[in-house]
Write a protein that binds this ligand. Structure first.
Ligand SMILES: [Zn+2]
Length: 1001
């Protein structure tokens, strides 16, 4: 807390002199212990690799010498941030272990592995005394983290706080092209272990620094490969980092809600396990140091206001101290909103700690280059009084200087105020426990009679991963649930209020219902995930940084009740121990087995696991053995009961043995041979689809658009080609990257051992090409299924693979990663199997589809309010009757709903070359809800443009089908409720016309 006033005064003096005096080493650096020798050679190189003295601070301009502890040079062969040096993750870890061996102040922990099996570590650094008492400290922090352990006793909390040291967790290299943090963190760890100055000593005494130097180890190693390739080919362009992690690229920083990636779980478990107070995540995209801890509005609505204050405190302190060092380009606030809880660092925010994030300036590699900024980057604004330079030579060392200086200031501030921050931590934890009686709600209830127990368990497992406690009712219970006001039918009308004095109706939940109590320390993350989100179209923030809605229950298609009635705590319940799983079994006797289709994703695994059995899908609902089965339910024959029992138990599915087959109409399910397609331009969105298929053990072949271009007989290998969104225009998917310059290989070589494993090519530049497009068309015409979403739907529509479907450009529609309501309009389509009447879907942008029975028709029609009659006699609804001698009453105009094609007129059918035959017309399966019901969660403006429009269309093309999605059904391991729209199409690829009603003409 207190530094001697002598030191403070000398710091002030130093600050006045520092800028000019950096080269004159005789001026004493007040942050340094003059009695500790400096590693002169290393320090000289720091100054050499720093391109301007103003990019250096007194905290890092020297490196203290140690006779026993190796510097990063031991592994790097040069200093941290040296040009041309990027260490692999294993090298970084090796250095940290060298530190551990050499210093009692350092300890390295293995915290898990990546998808590809690379290790992740956490390095703890503190004083010898703190290191010796890590366990005692942790058990005290555990009581502050869960104040129920001390019965919310503030006095006891104060005693614990006085004896405890907080944990400040720093994470680096989450984003692989942002390459600077590993070397910065290696050197930071060395400094923290070795430097004997009071400044460093205060940090070691006041805080336990925890460091994961490389979060995305798979991507880091690939990035180092690419950089080494670049060094070996200095005159060539180098390949873009097509794959970062095994599945996703920058979206590894959007997984903090669903925790589907191993790195997310490893970081959260480390943070929770250490009972940490901060996660400080390092990124590189903004010059020179943007501390976006403060960020911009809107702030996440579920965090404790204490945290919002801590963001200001820590962020502005950082800016202030670095401004005093005369380092240009340090600022906070910025334009990044803090709404979504999906960011890695937000794990701390949603678990009673403090989330912090730096964007520093990296060169995506270790080259020193001239960097020219845009006016938007260098112009002064109120929150950036001290902007970066419009043009400067920039080095990896500069970046490391900024990262280390900022982190040291943060650690110093945290150590100096550690009692306050620990007390805040305790208060936030306590207030989370008190939530039912303060802000509410009391609990969320997931009823035992949900028709989708497997998906329900999926949601609950996410909460368990988040560290939330789940309870289960052991008897039925009743609570009052307020009625939601109905929105007005027409704008201008008042909402129908609940009748005065009318008590909310009681609702009984059956025994076995799950209860997520809010009187627990991690109630906030459960609340944030299960609640609804509303982002006003009038919000001053016009550019949401990420998704605006994410309601987990809606996206999983399971029921979640927000209960404010405190009587919920009177329910008989027990804590759930172990992972929540839905119960699976085979009941009854007989050789035919029925499984209800409820759109549980496990059914897809089931069908592929038992693909040697004879599986039929029922085309109508039926009843058998006293149970009701939905349309699409599965009937199995020729399957061993043992195999079936094992599958049912593993997958949590209820199977019923029948002595005879029900009389319902069925068709055969022949699990399709699937191709998952990727481009070489972006694998980011595709990765979430690939992950979903892997996690559900759905077999597929992974091919690129280049493979499609070369294969004129795709049908010989595949039945279904799944072309998930790319994030590029259709034209760009076809053309690929520009063909000028040198080839850009993505291959495993001695120089690049970590790339080319997921897929490989000699040159990433060529795209799908016209031959690829032709091969896709042939594939469909011969009976294949092509499935697209978003931009790949656009590709299918605009390049003639989906006759009768059109896309209208939006004029007002704004939907940014929101949850929208949709309605099934053709429940007999196999794509609708297992679903109810409505479904919440994830929508970002959202293609506005129209359908027509006329080839090239736009399917457009006037807006509902547009006047339709001409000037003449009578009222607006009357028919005009011209004052002529002979007048024929006009026939009624063709009418259709916005999701339907207009009926074909006789005029159109006369020589109807362009009239699509009824059996080849687009079949709309799912449409967006009416405007008033459309928004479920997030931001929606101008929703009328997409309201009632088709969302999922099955388009026959010759013998095959093209299925296009306006929404993205597989997104960030978050949309389990819509996965089966895709799976149904695949399972029924050769029977998609089942249940189809054809137009008469
Ligand atoms: Zn980043």
């Amino acid at each position: 807390m207190k530094r001697s006033s002598l030191v403070s005064r000398s710091i002030l003096g130093f600050l006045l002199l520092f800028g000019a005096a950096i080269l004159a080493a005789q001026v004493p650096n007040p942050y340094r212990d003059p009695s500790q020798p400096v590693d002169e050679e290393y320090s000289k190189k720091i100054r050499e690799y720093t391109t301007d003295p103003s990019f250096l601070s007194p905290l890092v301009e020297y490196l203290p010498a140690s006779r026993t502890v190796p510097t990063p040079q031991a592994v790097l062969g040069d200093i941290a941030g040296a040009p041309g040096r990027l260490p692999y993750s294993a090298d970084v870890h090796r250095y940290m272990r060298m530190l551990e061996k050499a210093s009692p102040r350092v300890k390295v922990y293995s915290i898990g592995t990546s998808e590809e099996g690379r290790e992740m570590i956490a390095v703890a650094i503190a004083s010898e005394a703190n290191m010796a008492r890590l366990e005692e400290n942790r058990s005290r922090l555990a009581k502050l983290a869960d104040p129920r352990m001390i019965k919310l006793d503030d006095a006891e909390a104060d005693r614990l706080i006085a004896a405890s040291v907080p944990v400040y967790y720093i994470t680096g290299a989450l984003h692989s092209p942002e390459t600077g943090s590993p070397t910065a963190l290696m050197e930071l760890a060395y400094r923290l272990a070795v430097d004997e100055s009071p400044y460093y000593k205060a940090i070691r005494d006041g805080v336990i620094t925890l460091i994961t130097p490389v979060v995305e180890t798979d991507g880091r190693d690939r990035q180092v490969d690419i950089y080494n390739w670049h060094l070996a080919h200095p005159n060539d362009n180098w390949p873009p980092l097509v794959y970062w992690g095994h599945y996703v690229a920058h979206d590894n920083n959007r997984d903090a809600m669903n925790l589907s990636l191993k790195l997310s779980r490893n970081v959260l478990n480390t943070y929770i396990g250490w009972k940490g107070q901060v996660i400080h995540d390092l990124h590189e995209s903004v010059p020179y140091l943007y501390d976006n801890t403060v960020g911009d509005g809107p702030y996440n609505a579920w965090v404790d206001p204490i945290l919002a204050d801590e963001w200001q405190l820590t962020g502005w302190n950082n800016v202030s101290e670095m401004t005093k060092f005369n380092m240009p380009g340090v600022f906070a606030h910025g334009t990044f909103d803090t709404w979504s809880p999906g960011y890695l660092t937000f794990m701390a925010a949603s678990h009673n700690g403090i989330s912090r994030l730096y964007e520093t300036f990296g060169n995506a590699g270790a080259d020193t280059v001239e960097r020219t900024l845009t006016p938007g980057q260098y112009e002064r604004t109120w929150y950036r009084q001290n902007p970066p330079l419009p043009k400067a030579k920039w080095s990896q060392r500069n970046n490391n200087n900024y990262q280390e200086t900022g982190l040291l200031i943060s650690l110093s501030y945290f150590a100096a105020n550690n009692r306050m921050f620990l007390r805040n931590f305790y208060l936030k934890s306590k207030r989370s426990v008190e939530k039912p009686r303060t802000a509410g709600p009391a609990a969320y209830v997931l009823p035992a009679d949900d028709p989708r127990p497997g998906l329900q368990a999926q949601v609950l497992r996410v909460l368990q991963l988040q560290g939330c406690e789940i309870s289960r009712a052991t008897a039925p219970f009743t609570v009052l649930i307020p009625v939601k006001k109905k929105p007005p039918e027409k704008p201008g009308e008042a909402a129908s209020p609940a009748k005065k004095d009318e008590p909310p109706p009681p609702r009984q939940f059956p025994a076995g219902s799950y209860i997520v109590r809010m009187d627990q320390p991690y109630s906030r993350i459960a609340d944030a995930l299960l609640d609804y989100q509303y982002w006003s179209p009038n919000d001053p923030q016009k550019s949401p940084y990420d998704d605006t809605g994410w309601t987990l229950g809606e996206l999983a298609n399971v029921q979640v009740f927000r209960v404010t009635d405190l009587k919920v705590f009177d329910a008989a319940m027990e804590a759930v121990s172990g992972e929540v799983r839905s119960a699976g079994s085979v009941e009854g006797a007989g050789a035919i087995f029925a499984v209800n289709h409820n759109a549980d994703t496990a059914l897809m695994t089931f069908c592929y696991r038992l693909r040697n059995a004879a599986i039929e899908a029922a085309e109508e609902p039926f009843e058998a053995a006293g149970h009701k089965f939905n349309r699409g339910s599965f009937l199995l024959k020729n399957v061993s009961r043992t195999d079936l029992e094992r599958a049912a138990v593993d997958l949590g599915l209820r199977v019923y043995a029948l002595s005879e087959a029900p009389t319902v109409k069925t068709h055969r399910i022949r699990p399709a041979r699937i191709a998952l397609v990727h481009t070489w331009q972006s694998t980011q969105d595709e990765g979430w689809w690939r992950q979903a298929f892997d996690l559900l053990a759905i077999p597929y072949t992974y091919i690129s658009t280049q493979d499609i271009a070369k294969d004129g007989n795709l049908n010989s290998r595949f039945d279904a080609i799944v072309f998930s969104p790319v994030g590029r225009s259709s034209a760009s998917i076809i053309s690929g990257m520009p063909m000028w310059g040198n080839p850009l290989p993505w291959k495993t070589t001695e120089l690049t051992p970590n790339i080319g494993k997921i897929d490989s090519t000699d040159d990433v530049r060529p795209g799908l090409g016209w031959s690829g497009l032709q091969n896709l068309e042939l594939f469909v015409r011969r009976g294949g299924l092509l499935l697209g979403s978003g931009d790949t739907s656009d590709l299918a529509v605009n390049y003639g693979l989906a006759p009768g479907v059109s896309i209208t450009p939006p004029t007002r529609l704004k939907v940014v990663g929101s949850v929208l309501k949709s309605t099934f309009v053709d429940p007999a389509s196999p794509i609708a199997y297992g679903y109810g009447d409505t479904l919440s879907v994830y929508c970002d942008g959202g293609l506005i589809f129209g359908v027509s029975s006329i080839l090239g028709g736009r399917g457009g029609r006037p807006a509902p309010e547009t006047p339709t009659r001409a000037t003449g006699r009578g009222t607006p609804d009357d028919l005009d009757t011209p004052q002529t001698l002979k007048w024929v009453e006009p026939p009624p105009l063709p009418k259709a709903e916005p999701w339907q094609a207009l009926p074909v007129t006789d005029e159109q059918r006369r020589n109807g070359i362009n009239v699509i035959p009824p059996h080849l017309r687009p079949r709309v399966v799912l449409r967006y809800a009416d405007a008033k019901d459309l928004l479920v969660s997030g931001l929606l403006d101008g929703g009328a443009e997409i309201a009632q429009r088709p969302a999922v269309i099955d388009v026959p093309l010759d013998k095959g089908h093209v299925v296009v999605f306006s929404n993205n059904p597989i997104w960030r391991a978050e949309t389990h409720g819509t996965y089966f729209l895709v799976f149904n199409a695949i399972l029924n690829f050769d029977n998609l016309n089942a249940g189809r009603k054809l137009d008469e003409k």
